[in-house]
Design a protein around this ligand. Structure first.
Ligand code: UDP
Ligand code: MN
Length: 568
């Protein structure tokens, strides 16, 4: 590695230009007249100019990561050796749908853009690449400024040396403020009409900015997200994110990627069209300055990292705005398995504290489910939230029940009587309830259909089969179960049932009879009337078979165990 890297640095030194060149470049940018119907800036032709004003080679070689190359993951939780070996202006694949390339935007109609990048001890190579990608792939007339917020990194020159880049302004926190307050500070010192927040280990892709800005033009109260591509933490390969996903969360308020519901997917015929998302995807989003200020920016009580994406999104939806994904905008991000930085109050405490603030301000009576899922939150101090509650009052925001019903029905809500909730899992297999057959006229012409569905016909129309299938990442209703205190395993209005005659497990409307009673024996689920246990041996059939100790096919876990909470 070393000889190759040294060679590359020599090459970069030759390419690096002086501050004088930077001034010329900047002057030409500012004298440029806004043209109409310009094509999106393409290619990396201007790469060398982008880091004029900065001695890129000197900057990279001065980073503190040099000393730690025996473990390239130690400092940044990604492979910094590979990160350092790549050009600041490396080409990346254009991952947009081909139809996106034909779209034409009237730049005259779009807001000017500020990009806010906060960082704490970021690797110099990824930080520089983030900035260079913005400079090279954003239409110059639209890009007002890039505000780089150094959140008390150990080495102040990590940021200082980049302040010579075109349009870059540096702000430094002498005391660590965490991601939310740093972003607020960065937004405050930026000048554009719209603000885009970005992590410090990203690469924006071809034509990324205009689809976001155009969505904002159509809906100024939208938080607009790009599709986040993957920059591999080991190889730094840039990969298109595959399926169409939206941002969501579970009752523990942990972020998760969620597929579109069947209905949403069915109504989306154009791959370039914008779609709604319950939560901003990973915290990269565009917002109009006015809406950002109306919404009270980020909660200033949020520390270090965590839950700020939820705070912003719930607030946006509940207070009259929206969150959308513009699929023609692509931005790569290095996803990693752990946080490489310190949490002064401990990672778990900080995350729990932030989540609790969000739950207390935005979840109303549904905060119950958050506490049941993360009971230790009840012991967590969370500071003063009166300012946030007043903001919610002032903006006249909708309740969480409105959000749940209209924006994120696929989250589903446990019943207050549930002991456990969510997917009923066995490794990567899940118990799956079929949709009940729809009672429509045609069914009369096919008399055998009822028999096939449930072994019965006539009055049992609402019954359905139960199978064992691979778990889906989403929260599709068919894999969502609740275990009630009375011993019913429910799915909506229907209950897991074993008929006296058979061993098939079925779904029938809940009727509180003994055929629908279950009890837990460790991880087994035993049907009380027959004494049999839920078993996946003959998957995809779900059956009730004689209970046997330690039989893997009889071990089941609910994804969420709800605890009885005396204080609620
Ligand atoms: N960050 C920061 N101050 C902090 C913690 C994080 O400025 O105290 C920055 C970090 O450098 C990154 C962004 O906030 O640019 C998001 O953090 P991270 O990438 O760790 O979050 P993830 O992508 O894992 O959600
Ligand atoms: Mn990140």
């Amino acid at each position: 590695m070393r000889p190759r890297r040294a060679l590359r640095l020599v090459a970069l030194t030759a390419a690096a230009t002086t501050l004088a060149a930077f001034v010329v470049l900047n002057a030409s940018v500012h004298s440029g007249v806004r043209r109409q119907r310009k094509k999106v800036s393409s290619g990396v032709g201007g790469a060398r100019n982008a880091f004029s004003g900065v001695d890129a080679a000197g900057y990279l070689s001065g980073g503190r990561t040099r000393d730690r190359e025996h473990d390239p993951y130690a400092q940044h939780a990604f492979n910094v050796r590979v990160a350092n070996s790549l050009q600041p202006d490396r080409p990346i694949p254009d991952t947009r749908h081909p139809r996106c390339r034909g779209l034409d935007f009237d730049e005259e109609e779009l807001n000017t853009l500020s990009v806010v990048v906060t960082f704490h001890n970021e690797a110099r190579s990824t930080l520089l690449r983030t900035l260079v990608s913005i400079l090279n792939r954003t239409p110059q007339d639209l890009l007002e400024d890039i505000v780089l917020v150094d959140d008390a990194s150990d080495d102040p020159s990590d940021g200082l040396l980049l302040a010579g880049l075109p349009k870059v302004r540096l702000v430094r926190n002498e005391q660590r403020q965490g991601l939310a307050r740093s972003r607020v500070r960065g937004a405050d010192s930026s000048k554009g009409e719209a603000i885009f927040f970005l992590d410090s280990h990203c690469e924006v892709n071809q034509g990324w900015a205009t689809p976001l800005l155009d969505t904002l033009r159509q809906n100024p109260r939208s938080l607009v997200c790009p599709v986040i591509d993957v920059i591999d933490q080991d190889t730094f390969d840039y990969r298109a994110s595959g399926s169409v996903l939206k941002g969501g969360f579970d009752w523990g308020l942990h972020f998760r990627w969620v597929p579109l519901t069947e209905e949403e997917a069915a109504t989306r015929t154009d791959p370039t069209s914008v779609y709604r998302s319950p939560v901003v995807a990973g915290g990269l989003f565009l917002i109009a300055r006015e809406w950002w200020e109306d919404l009270g920016k980020y909660d200033p009580g949020l520390e270090v990292w965590g839950a700020e994406n939820l705070e912003m999104s719930l607030k946006a939806w509940q207070c009259g705005g929206s969150v959308e994904v513009a699929p023609c905008s692509r931005v790569g991000h290095v996803f990693r398995r752990r946080h490489p930085y310190t949490f002064p109050d401990g990672n778990a405490n900080t995350y729990l504290r932030n989540s609790r603030r969000v739950a207390e301000v935005w979840l109303d009576e549904f905060s119950h489910f958050f506490y049941e899922t993360r009971p230790s939150a009840l012991q967590q101090t969370y500071g003063d939230i009166s300012g946030r509650k007043a903001l919610r009052e002032r903006l006249g925001c909708q309740g969480f029940s409105w959000y749940l019903k209209n924006i994120y029905p696929d989250l589903g809500a446990p019943s207050k009587h549930d002991l456990a909730y969510g997917q009923l899992q066995q490794g990567n297999l899940c118990l799956q309830g079929a949709e009940p057959p729809k009672p429509h006229k045609k069914a009369q012409k096919r008399p055998h259909q009822g028999d096939k569905q449930a072994g019965h016909s006539g009055g049992e129309a609402a019954s359905a089969t139960v199978t064992v299938q691979e778990c889906t990442s989403g929260e599709g209703a068919g894999q969502r179960w609740g275990l009630t205190q009375e011993g019913s395993v429910t799915q909506g209005e229907r209950c897991l049932t074993v008929l006296t005659s058979g061993k098939r497990v079925l779904l029938y409307p809940c009727a509180a009879g003994p055929r629908q009673r279950w009890q837990r024996q460790g991880r087994r689920l035993q049907h009380i009337a027959s004494g049999l246990c839920l078993d996946s041996t003959n998957a995809p059939d779900a059956q009730a078979l004689p209970c046997r100790d330690a039989l893997y096919s009889q071990q089941w876990d609910f994804s969420v165990e709800l605890q009885a909470l005396p204080t609620l």
